[in-house]
Design a protein around this ligand. Structure first.
Ligand code: NAP
Length: 222
């Protein structure tokens, strides 16, 4: 069975950590970011057989081309991690409209677009799994992060609803909500992961395991 996984935002930080964990588990990875050199360096560090691609997730056509490229080089995509994200922190009164738009376009719309593109391949594969990376700020709020928080809170509703849409196609959608390196409260994931007081990097190990062990969030809630 295909273990091809696309990781948006896989070039550094959390996405790269997830890529490293998945590579160790035998997944075949497409590491995607806007900066191709960084993505390539990460892909090279994973060993042979992985792919690096440049894509801006705010651009739907670029995402579609990226998925075609992955399918041509690695095969059908069965797994997707959405770790690409930006923050432009500041009090709302001081936040420029452009910075509001870019956070919503990247963190929320970008994830919706990659999910939309990926699910076509997953339906053909008769199954798949998606992990979206949110933030604890999207659940609890934080002064100076109102727009970022809104983008991550939006992902909660999106992920829950999308999970319901695709559950009958044997596609699981989960979301993790990291807490900036601090200890987690009860919900590392918004939807399913039952994991208390886990440090951030361990939480991402949980996220990667979501592909293998977690049921669909919707099913667990119902
Ligand atoms: N680090 C934390 O403590 C923390 C806490 C809570 C939530 N999060 C969330 O976790 C995710 C990853 O965080 P991180 O700290 O690992 O971030 P990071 O180190 O800044 O990495 C962000 C990744 O996203 C990519 N990216 C950004 N904008 C993109 C775009 N428009 N199109 C494609 N790729 C794009 C970046 O590559 P390019 O710049 O080359 O495109 C990079 O690979 C984010 O969604 C963040 O909001 C992080």
């Amino acid at each position: 069975m295909s273990k091809v996984c696309a990781i948006f935002g896989g070039s550094r930080g959390i996405g790269r950590a997830v890529a490293q964990l998945l590579a160790q588990k035998g997944y075949c990875l497409a590491v995607i970011a806007r900066n191709l050199d960084m993505a390539q360096a990460t892909a090279d560090g994973l060993g042979a057989g992985h792919l690096a691609l440049s894509c801006d997730i705010t651009k739907e056509e670029a995402i579609q081309n990226t998925f075609k490229e992955i399918e041509n080089n690695l095969g059908h995509i069965r797994y997707l991690v959405n770790a690409a994200g930006i923050n432009r922190d500041g009090l709302l009164l001081r936040t420029k409209s452009d910075d509001m738009i870019s956070q919503l376009q990247t963190n929320l719309l970008g994830t919706m677009l990659t999910c939309k593109a990926a699910v076509k391949s997953m339906i053909q594969q008769q199954g798949g799994a998606i992990v979206n990376v949110g933030s604890i700020v999207g659940l609890k709020g934080n002064a100076g992060q109102s727009v970022y928080s809104a983008s991550k809170a939006g992902l909660v509703g999106f992920s829950r609803s999308f999970a319901k849409e695709v559950a009958r196609k044997n596609i699981r959608v989960n979301m993790v909500a990291p807490d900036n390196g601090k200890k987690f409260p009860t919900s590392v994931t918004v939807l399913t992961v039952d994991c208390t007081c886990t440090p951030m990097w361990e939480a991402f190990e949980v996220a990667t395991q979501a592909f293998e062990i977690l049921p669909n969030g919707v099913r667990q809630q119902e």
